[in-house]
Design a protein around this ligand. Structure first.
Ligand code: FMN
Length: 219
């Protein structure tokens, strides 16, 4: 199994969201290695609230078709974690910068953004992370950490990822195809596969705020 060794900071800098994938299947041994590494994520009282469902092959094809029907019917997406009623001014400002920055890095390739989201980025595997509905927001915190562990571990295996709300737009389709029990909340989907390096949409390097904007040092 080919691995790309890098230190943690290099991996943090290397990770970025990939929005166009090659059709190549992800080897099971690589998926297993990534999931085993991600299991080292800390969680409150070691509760390990993540329950993971992986969609590949025919199952993922059925999910993609199910989503296409929903989009064709203009069904309103209903992710199980609601969108914020209101964004803070700072978050809104950063969000509004996303599109112009994408145009700067990717040019016309940005026009595929909506379609790629609706077609699940043509990815060959999606990792859906769920948690029991009785748990609190602390478990969602743990799942965020788990997601980042998983995405960093993927890099070591030459795999690219994107966490996306669009992947959890239609929970009823996911519940049907993945047999997800009612007591679980579907938190997020992470697309995982080999990046299509020819597609310029993957050239996007999202900006980060200057430390002075977000960190308040006191001594
Ligand atoms: C919870 C979450 C949901 C996201 N949903 C989407 C999405 O639906 N579609 C998309 O194209 N990107 C989505 N993203 C990717 C973000 O746009 C991306 O992480 C952000 O712009 C920073 O860029 P980077 O991941 O390349 O560093 C999501 C990211 C997170 C963490």
């Amino acid at each position: 199994m080919e691995v790309f060794i890098m230190n943690v900071i290099q991996a943090l800098n290397a990770r970025h969201s990939t929005r166009a994938f090659l059709p190549n299947q992800v080897e099971n041994e690589k998926l297993t290695a990534v999931l085993e590494a991600a299991a080292r994520t800390p969680s409150w009282a070691n509760s390990q609230p993540w329950e993971v469902f992986i969609a590949t092959g025919d199952t993922l094809d059925r999910i993609k078709s199910g989503y296409q029907e929903k989009y064709a019917d203009k069904t309103t997406p209903t992710p199980e974690t609601p969108r914020p009623v209101e964004w803070s001014e700072a978050a809104k400002k950063r969000q509004q910068q996303l599109h112009p920055d994408m145009v700067r890095d990717c040019g016309d390739a940005v026009e595929q953004f909506g379609l790629l989201n609706r077609t699940m980025f043509n990815v060959p595997a999606v990792i859906y992370i769920c948690m029991n509905k009785v748990l609190s927001q602390w478990s969602l915190y743990d799942i965020g950490a788990y997601s980042q562990s998983l995405m960093l571990a993927a890099i070591e295996h030459g795999l690219s990822t994107i966490p996306a709300i669009t992947l959890v737009h239609y929970p009823d389709v996911l519940r049907r195809e993945l047999k997800i029990a009612d007591n679980l909340k579907i938190a997020i989907g992470i697309a995982i596969g080999y990046a299509d390096k020819e597609n310029k949409i993957n050239d996007f390097v999202s900006a980060r705020s200057h430390l002075s904007e977000i960190v308040h040092f006191f001594d």
